[in-house]
Design a protein around this ligand. Structure first.
Ligand SMILES: Nc1ncnc2c1ncn2[C@@H]1O[C@H](COP(=O)(O)OP(=O)(O)O)[C@@H](O)[C@H]1O
Ligand SMILES: O=C(CO)[C@@H](O)[C@H](O)COP(=O)(O)O
Length: 499
């Protein structure tokens, strides 16, 4: 047995823990899922304790089922779903369920931020305020749950809470701190202007860390609970999209990442904070020091597919459902889907819009509907790409990761709709590989992230765009683009019937 590191990827649907050795070989992966609670339309919550329990189950399975020797686990690091609000009291007890990145109840708070700080907010944070970010959620709690706000001693994002439970140390890394929109991206400090303007006590914001910083070791309590040893070193980790980018080797300008998880993300490496996208895309700190990335986010990418499966074909295995889509014709016999089932972020920052199937015909079957869902999600990625193209930002290489990247059908569709070659990874582990790399670099196994990537990241297959598909998809995309403006008012009218 050789030394290894654990990359803990705290996703929205599940936690995935990968054990990776010094050479970058994935020795084993275990995952455990947890529920997403939507008590009202627009609400999206999880129980932080579920994350800890699920992570522990995955670690125990690695030790017991996959025979990973705990004494060989030299380091651990994290990748986490971004923006979620975790509130702790003086005793570091969780005060309320975590409000997640796809929770859009905060439209009023978003517009307050816009009214009060306007372009100054964009200058400080690199982002315009959007419902999904952490600050509007904190302001929602301040307004609607003042007792909870008063008791709040610490604000964390999701993976920081799991790290706290494993080490007893509080902190947040820069890649997740930018996603709170309370960090000044120019000074890399919490923004006094934002905190003063919105009455956020700065003492509740945790210490800032670099992603490769050593935070501590596993506590004796967590060691007893999980089977890990207290010698295992723990490193800060980062936001899932930043870790996904690192794990796919997205470390130079012009390189892009397509992540198909619960959300969908098209991301580009940026050397500098840039305003060339005029706030249409997010700007975040990378896990690599002094680097950044921009991204467009589809709120319900894999989530649309899972929703379709759960709602209309739970009698089929996921793979059987996808097989139906593979035999359906391109364009799904005239059926178009828009994936706005929980509202949208990019390019339409609109919490009220809802999805649609347009063009239903009696000849269509379940396979056609599945295909339309895949195509609709992929058109939303094309919307993100259009923003990059309009800004003249090169994206010459795109690597796909996440649950959706397991489907060759979807990878080919991405190449055809985006007109860009799409690469898959040989050792696809989602952002967990990036998290493992942060531990490997933190331990000093590699001098930096770039040299670690050379050893860890291996391209699998490249999907080339097919010209006849590109032409047909261009025609369909032109129709897809009309659905948002044509259904916006209808969605608003239907809003009253949602709950
Ligand atoms: N074989 C598959 N083909 C296409 N999509 C898949 C497949 N398996 C899972 N998915 C999609 O991937 C999503 C989960 O991806 P994952 O990267 O694990 O998400 P998260 O990190 O948000 O938990 C699901 O929503 C599902 O729709
Ligand atoms: O909100 C964002 C990015 O801004 C999401 O991408 C979340 O980070 C969730 O990621 P997944 O669970 O879909 O990987």
């Amino acid at each position: 047995m050789t030394a290894c590191v654990l990359g803990i990827d705290l996703g929205t649907s599940a936690v995935k823990v990968s054990a990776v050795n010094r050479a970058g070989t994935v020795l084993a992966q275990e995952s455990f899922s947890y529920p997403l609670n939507q008590p009202d339309p627009g609400y999206s919550e999880q129980n932080p304790n579920d994350w800890v329990m699920a992570t522990t189950v995955a670690i125990v399975r690695l030790i017991l089922d996959d025979h990973i020797d705990p004494t060989e686990i030299a380091g651990v690091s994290y990748s986490g779903q971004m923006h979620g609000l975790v509130l702790l009291d003086q005793e570091n007890q969780v005060l309320r369920p975590a409000m997640l990145w796809n929770d859009t109840r905060t439209t009023a708070e978003r517009s307050d931020i816009e009214t009060q700080l306007g372009t100054e907010f964009v200058r400080i944070t690199g982002n315009r305020p959007l419902e999904g970010f952490t600050l509007p959620k904190l302001l929602w709690v301040k307004k609607h749950e003042p007792d909870i706000f008063k008791q709040t001693a610490v604000v964390l994002t999701p993976k920081d809470y799991v790290r706290y439970r494993m080490t007893g140390k509080l902190g947040i890394d820069y890649s997740d701190a930018t996603g709170t929109t309370m960090l000044d991206i120019h000074t890399n400090q919490w923004s006094q202007t934002i905190c003063q303007q919105f009455g956020i006590p700065m003492r509740i914001l945790p210490p800032l860390l670099q992603s490769i910083d050593r935070v501590g070791t596993i506590t004796p309590e967590y060691a007893e609970f999980s089977g890990l040893t207290t010698a295992t070193q723990v490193f800060a980790g980062g936001a899932d999209n930043a870790c996904g980018a690192l794990g796919a080797g997205i470390l130079q300008p012009g390189m892009g990442l397509l992540s198909i998880g619960t959300s969908g993300v098209l991301l580009r490496y940026e050397e500098q904070p840039t305003d060339r996208y005029h706030g249409q895309l997010q700007l975040e700190d990378h896990v690599v020091p002094d680097a950044y990335y921009s991204m467009g986010v589809t709120l319900a990418a894999g989530y649309s597919l899972s929703w379709f499966h759960r709602t209309f074909c739970s009698d089929l295995m996921f793979a059987q459902m996808l097989a139906g889509a593979a035999t359906a014709p391109l364009g799904a016999k005239g059926l178009l889907f828009t994936p706005y089932i929980v509202g949208e972020r990019t390019p339409h920052a609109d919490a009220d819009i809802r999805g649609s199937f347009i063009g239903m015909d009696a000849t269509q079957d379940r396979g056609d509907f599945t295909r339309a869902v895949l195509e609709g999600i992929t058109f939303s990625f094309r919307d993100c790409l259009a923003i990059y193209r309009a800004a003249g930002a090169d994206l010459h290489r795109i690597v796909a990761i996440g649950g959706g990247a397991q489907s060759p059908l979807w990878l080919q569709m991405l190449a055809d709709i985006l007109h860009v070659p799409i690469q898959s990874l040989a050792n696809e582990q989602g952002p967990g590989l990036g998290a493992a790399m942060l531990a490997a670099v933190g331990l000093g196994w590699y001098a930096d992230c770039a040299s670690c990537a050379q050893q860890f990241v291996h391209v699998g297959h490249q999907y080339e765009p097919l010209s006849d598909h590109m032409t047909k998809y261009d025609q369909l995309y032109a129709l897809y683009q009309q659905v948002y403006p044509d259904t916006r008012k209808l969605s608003q009218g239907l809003r009253g019937f949602l709950s």
